[in-house]
Design a protein around this ligand. Structure first.
Ligand code: NAP
Length: 529
């Protein structure tokens, strides 16, 4: 058994940042990573058109001003290969690889109450004895794989967007089917449509999508951002979602229809994801939200020629933004192409897959390639896959049987010295995740430093603090419109999953203030022993 101070699970953006920070603290840390390289989601999601929908200058680490200055982003929204090469650069620049065990999947971990240490076991039998366990496993890393009858008989290839092969796939001359129209489906549709002989998109639900307004980054723009990077970071840290967009302080209902139209038009043409902040109450008030939703529906209508397809692509029945909207490049217009068909699988669901294609309850679609863009078992999928045993042998699966409970999203009572990065109960997927990672990792380093100064072997969340936090997360969620959609924020993406609102909707600034207060109160809500 190998001994170290910290085992970090996952070598994505979170795990790498945690490794860097804990080394700075003088701790010995080992990262275990199931795949053969760094990058997490950016390593796996290699589908055509994959790109970050947070602006590159904001979707990057802020811990190193030199890195900030030297890295040159080529586009406003970086492609997957560019984000991945950035992550590789970081891993090399800070010499992180030497502490990463690749091809090593965590199978279980057990807390030993006598020594206050974790025993972490990998699938291949390797074991670590560590004081701390940090789960940096990602929120969107356990894929949701449909299991259609007959899929094993399909003569062509079936791919999942998040388990994409390394070698390029040629779609030329092929009949391709995409199942799923979330961000992944929306991003790949225009790119695959341009290559395939025919593309059929199987849609269960339409969602809102905002144009990415992507553009190359000019030298002038790059210089301007870098001359003022610290201020940009401050804006991001002080914005609700960490995206740097300062929300319009006005209610959508206070504006005249003409003013609203102008504000929405400007946001539509430039803000991407930030469209939701065009007015302060779009995500809070049904009537305000309806003004934004109507504007987007009109924009969709203007882009789609065929009336039946247009109607199918128009989202209805839930507020804009309550389900994560997509950010697209020419998604809706793609359905005007002769070689693209949209199929409504809500009214005629997929029945099975045959050797030659896919059958809905209505008809058969001959296909050469099938792509599952069906998403993930979000937030808890990867946290609950390994068996994690805390105090008294209670597993995390048992503890979270009715949904995740934790304090600040970070600590779980009964699981001393274990911390979760950007998981449920934290701003996580409602924020610019990389910013939230840095916020949590720096805070966690201070917490661990504090415990070490006190001479404590263990840090554990109290049950009272945990209960209060869960109530607070719920209360904040119910001040918003988020719970009004069946989304992966609420556990609706997996049948039988507990239906609770998972991320913290109080914003990264609000969250930071809470973290600061807790730290100033000598980490109120944690006990040290
Ligand atoms: P997703 O948003 O969960 O979308 C999954 C899609 O598949 C939905 O349209 C869903 O329909 C459909 N679906 C799921 N199971 C199905 C089934 N059994 N049969 C038919 N349809 C099914 O997943 P995603 O598109 O992979 O995106 C997940 C998240 O990853 C995003 O929200 C975003 O946070 C992140 N992401 C980010 C980027 C980026 O930064 N650029 C890119 C891609 C993804 P229903 O809506 O009816 O369930």
């Amino acid at each position: 058994m190998k001994k170290c101070d910290v085992v970090i699970v996952g070598a994505g953006l979170g795990g790498l940042r945690a490794l860097y920070a804990l080394r700075q603290l003088g701790l010995s840390a080992t990262v275990i990573e199931a795949s053969d390289d760094v990058g997490g989601v950016w390593h796996h999601n290699r589908y055509p058109g994959a790109r970050c929908d947070v602006e590159s200058y904001d979707y990057s680490y802020m811990f190193s001003p030199e890195l900030e200055q030297e890295w040159r982003w080529s586009e406003r929204y970086a492609t997957q290969p560019e984000v991945l090469s950035y992550i590789h650069h970081v891993a090399e620049r800070f010499n992180l690889r030497r502490d990463i065990e690749f091809n090593t999947r965590m199978e279980r971990a057990k807390f030993d109450e006598a020594s206050n240490r974790w025993c972490v076991t990998a699938q291949d039998g390797q074991e670590w004895d560590s004081q701390y366990l940090i789960m940096a496993v990602g929120q969107l890393s356990t894929t949701k794989q449909p299991n259609y009858p007959g899929q094993e008989t399909f003569k062509g290839n079936i791919y999942h967007s998040a388990a994409w092969p390394r070698e390029p796939i040629s779609f030329g001359g092929k009949r391709v089917g995409i199942i799923g129209t979330g961000s992944s489906g929306v991003q790949m549709t225009p790119v695959i449509a341009a290559q395939a002989e025919h593309l059929t998109v199987f849609q269960r639900s339409a969602n809102f999508s905002i144009p990415a307004a992507n553009a190359p980054v000019s030298d002038e723009e790059d210089n301007a951002v870098k001359a003022d990077y610290a201020a940009r970071r401050q804006r991001a840290l002080n914005s609700p979602s960490g995206l740097g967009f300062v929300p319009n302080g006005v209610s959508a209902l206070e504006a005249t229809p003409q003013e609203r139209e102008a504000v929405y038009e400007a946001a539509w043409n430039r803000l991407g994801f930030g469209f939701a902040l065009a007015y302060k109450d779009i995500l809070l008030d049904d009537a305000s939200n309806a003004t934004a939703a109507d504007f987007i529906r009109q924009k969709i209508a203007q882009q789609v020629d065929d009336p039946v397809t247009r109607k199918l692509l128009t989202p209805e029945g839930f507020p804009f933004g309550a389900k994560r909207p997509s950010v697209d490049s020419n998604y809706f217009k793609t359905f005007n192409r002769e070689n693209v068909t949209l199929v409504d699988i809500k009214s005629s669901p997929i029945k099975d897959i045959s050797p030659d294609g896919l059958r809905t309850t209505e008809r058969e679609y001959p296909l050469d390639v099938i792509i599952y863009a069906t998403g993930f078992d979000a937030f808890t999928g990867s946290l609950l896959r390994p068996e994690i045993k805390g105090r008294n042998g209670e597993t995390l699966r048992e503890k979270w049987a009715s949904g995740p409970v934790n304090y600040l999203g970070l600590g779980v009572s009964g699981f001393p010295n274990m911390f979760v990065l950007v998981g449920p109960g934290s701003p996580s997927l409602l924020s610019n995740v990389i910013l939230s990672i840095e916020q949590q990792v720096d805070w966690l380093s201070d917490l661990i430093g504090f415990a070490s100064t006190k001479g404590s072997a263990a840090i554990e969340t109290t049950q009272e603090a945990e209960l209060e936090w869960v109530e607070h997360v719920n209360a904040r969620a119910h001040e918003t419109l988020y719970p009004k959609a069946a989304s992966y924020y609420t556990g609706a993406e997996v049948e039988g999953k507990p239906r609770v609102f998972m991320p913290y909707s109080g914003g990264v600034r609000g969250y930071r203030r809470i973290l600061e207060r807790v730290a100033n109160e000598e980490y109120n809500g944690f006990r040290f022993f």
